[in-house]
Design a protein around this ligand. Sequence first.
Ligand SMILES: C[S@@+](CC[C@H](N)C(=O)[O-])C[C@H]1O[C@@H](n2cnc3c(N)ncnc32)[C@H](O)[C@@H]1O
Length: 289
Amino acid sequence: MATPTIDSIDGAPNRQRGSEYIRRRRRSAWGRAREAIKSALPDPVVFAIRKAKVGRQRLKLIQVPAVPQFVDVVHDASFQRSVREIKYITQFDTPRLANLWQLCRMSEPGGTILEVGVHRGATAIHLMNCQPNAKFFLADTFSQVNRDEVMSRLDSKRRNLTVLTGVFPDSDRLALVQEISFAHIDVVVYDSCQRSLEYVSQRCRSSAVIVVNDCLRHPLGVTEAVCDFLDTHHPEWIALPIYPAQAVLVRRDGQHTFARLGRSVDIAARSDCYRMPTFGTKADPLPVS
Ligand SMILES: C[S@@+](CC[C@H](N)C(=O)[O-])C[C@H]1O[C@@H](n2cnc3c(N)ncnc32)[C@H](O)[C@@H]1O
C-alpha cells in the first residue's frame, strides 16, 4: 500500500528557512518589543486580542462555520468547566479541546496518560480534568516558561502526577513511562515529534490512542514526523487527520476502544439536559419517506 505523502513539504531547506525566520524575528527590535508587550499584558487581554485577530481570519476562510447547538461534548458541563479553567493560558481552540476530551475519555482505563509538550500546563490540566483518577506523566523542557509557576498550577490539581523535566525522551532516565493508554504529543518541531512517537509507540498498550497536535498545518515539521513514523510502522499503525490540525494514531490490531465510540449514548438523559431532539433514534424512529 502506498505510504502517505505530503506534497507541499520540501524537507530540510524548509526547516532551515523556518528557523531563520524565527531567529530574525527574535533578533529584530520590533520582535523583541512585541514579546515584551505580550508578556506584560494580563492573560485575558492577550486572549481578547487573539480572539479579534482570529475573528477576522474566520470571516475570510471559514465559509460555513460549525453549529455547536446540538454537539454533545459542548453541552458537557465538566468539559465547559475545564475549558473555562484554561482558556487564558492556551492557544487551543474549542474543537481541538473537544477532540482531546473525547479521545482521552474513551481511552482504556487503568493505563497511564502522557503529555509531551506541557508549556504553561493548559492541555495537561484539561486531560487531568477529563480523567481525574489516571496516572499522568508530563514532559517538557520548561525552558520557555517559568517552571515554578507551571508546577504550582499543576500541583494544585492534586493528581497522580510525575513530571519529566528536560528533553524527552532522554528525560525518562528511569524508564518510568510504560503502559500508556493515551498520549498527547504537542512539541511543534520535527525532531521532538519523531523521537517522541518512536518512544511512545514502544511503551504503550495495544489499545492506546496517540493524539498529535499541529498535524497538517504550518509549520510542517510535525506532519513530516507523523509521515516518517507511518513509513516505518505502517500497517501496524494508522493516523487519521482530525480537524483542525490534529492527527489521531491507533494500532490496527482491533484492540483499541477507539474502534467503538464507547458506551452507546443515553438518549433520554441527553435530551433532558439540553433539549436535544430525539427523532431518528431507535426509540423515536423517523418514518422513511
Ligand atoms: C506548543 S507548546 C505546548 C503547549 C501545551 N500543550 C498547551 O497547553 O497548549 C510546545 C512545548 O513543547 C516543548 N518541547 C518541544 N520539544 C520537546 C522535547 N523534545 N522534550 C520536552 N519538551 C519539548 C517546548 O518546550 C514547549 O513548551
